[in-house]
Write a protein that binds this ligand. Structure first.
Ligand code: C2O
Ligand code: CU
Ligand code: CU
Length: 469
């Protein structure tokens, strides 16, 4: 056993852990809740190494075989600042091809290479500069078509945080920051459950809803004003988040800060989405961060009880926050930046993407077609503005994601969005028609858009976009 004491455990994660979890943590792997980081530099040049492989780790009292980055679950947190130079070397120690996708970074498709396959025991280096405007809460995961769902389900997800000048704002500095990676695991015995037909249809939801790799942990902040950075990193589980007796102030979405905080009673995060919220703990006490039931139109089948049925009918406690005893509240920021509205009179191209499915075959389509890496679905012009009309004619929700080109939501079913934000994932409920404005800025190249229920992506719900000069 590693020599690590209880105080270290509490400090490393920045989050305290309930006594029961602590007991097995200390007996097993003390840093299961820790947010490990890869060695970082202050020079603005980062040489990061991530290696995916198989590990046996203690999670929620069980020893599980997982797929991990650098043998840790939660995976290492990558953190850098806008303008920094990144050299990220990924080595594949799995027995299947994989790669790394840095989800949320508006970097060139030529670097992202979502269709690259890094073969077993091979490496690939992703070298790039973090562009201005890339600040935010992002994440990374594998992206080889057909293998994403199984690799992510087995544990391969990690956080990527990009700081910007805005993070130096005094109100943000005064708050206590915590990263919360929301990731479930479907565990059977000591293994991650193999995907069955229902999992391919609905997307697999796990029976363990973890926060930073820990089951129902307790957060004991020192300060009363919190900044929570949330990553919805499960294959298919939605997070309809509510903090008991506290409003949340949404300050950032997928693409970084909003213009100003927006007060919310609850926050829905579809798979792939991120958000940052601030919370003010005005009274002492314990408050549960809950995942409330959310109906996303999944297929139900009789006789498959137990853990085959995703349990979405009850609120689930993800985390308990214990307010400090003498809470000193610091003020919330009043504003962050201006987000320019996109000038829709300049739109050069309007496209429509219709979502459909053949549920019983677990096949999913955009415009009636399955993903074909050799086919270019859309060709766009560099530096032009497009409108994409997304229409969900299937029976379930699908979170739509586009690489490399952040977008703004114009309206949902004709209703304008209540605030402007940069996004890279937008959820569509059954029958929704959502219009997004997509500036094809900065980069040429071939990239992808897909449903972020990764089973659906693996089963065809992905398309290609090539941006040309
Ligand atoms: Cu997080 Cu192409 O996805
Ligand atoms: Cu992505
Ligand atoms: Cu989907």
């Amino acid at each position: 056993m590693r020599s690590i004491n209880r105080r270290d455990v509490l400090r490393i994660g920045g989050i305290a852990i309930s006594e029961t979890v602590l007991a097995w943590l200390l007996g097993a792997r003390a840093d299961a809740f820790a947010q490990t980081t890869v060695p970082n530099s202050t020079s603005g040049l980062h040489d990061w190494k991530l290696e995916s492989g198989e590990s046996r780790l203690a999670i929620s009292g069980k020893t599980l075989s997982l797929l991990t980055y650098n043998q840790s679950f939660n995976a290492p947190v990558l953190r850098a600042k806008e303008g920094d130079t990144i050299r990220l070397t990924y080595t594949n120690r799995l027995n299947k091809p994989s790669n790394l996708h840095l989800h949320g970074l508006a970097i060139s498709p030529e670097i992202d290479q979502p269709m690259l396959e890094v073969q077993p025991s091979q490496s690939h280096t992703y070298a790039f500069e973090l562009p201005k405007g890339s600040g935010g809460t992002h994440w990374y995961h594998p992206h080889v078509h057909g293998l994403v769902a199984q690799q992510m389900a087995a544990g391969l997800v990690g956080a990527l945080l990009v700081d910007s000048d805005l993070d130096a704002m005094s109100e943000l500095k005064a708050a206590e920051e915590h990263l919360l990676v929301l990731k479930d695991l479907a565990v059977v015995g000591e293994q991650i459950k193999n995907h069955d037909m229902m999992d391919w249809m609905n997307g697999q939801e796990g029976n363990l809803q973890l926060v930073n790799g820990a089951y129902k942990p307790t957060l004991r902040p020192q300060k009363a004003t919190l900044r929570l950075r949330l990553i919805s990193a499960s294959n298919a589980r939605y997070h309809r988040l509510k903090l008991e007796q506290h409003p949340m102030y949404l300050i950032a979405t997928d693409g970084g800060f909003l213009e100003k905080p927006v007060m919310l009673e609850e926050l829905l995060l579809a798979p792939g989405e991120r958000a940052e919220v601030m919370v003010q703990l005005t009274r002492t006490g314990s408050y549960r961060l809950q995942n409330l039931p959310y109906a996303r139109g999944i297929m139900m089948m009789g006789g498959m009880g137990g853990m085959n049925m995703p349990d979405n009918t009850q609120p689930v406690t993800l985390l308990t926050i214990v307010a400090p005893n003498n809470p000193k509240l610091t003020p919330l920021p009043t504003g962050f930046r201006s987000i320019e509205p996109l000038n829709l009179s300049k739109v050069q191209k309007t496209r429509r993407i219709v979502f459909s499915e053949k549920m019983m075959q677990a096949r999913f389509f955009f415009n009636n077609r399955s993903f074909d890496p050799a086919r270019i679905d859309f060709t766009g012009k560099l530096d032009s503005l497009e409108i994409w009309e997304l229409q969900n004619l299937s029976d379930m929700d699908h979170p739509f994601h586009l690489h490399s080109y952040p977008f703004q939501i114009i309206d949902r079913n004709g209703k304008p969005e209540p605030y402007r934000a940069w996004k890279d994932v937008v959820n569509l409920k059954k029958n929704d028609l959502v219009r997004i404005a997509v500036p094809l800025s900065h980069f040429t190249g071939l990239t992808v858009f897909h449903c972020h229920i990764v089973e659906h992506e693996d089963r065809g719900m992905m398309g290609t976009l090539e941006v040309r000069r």
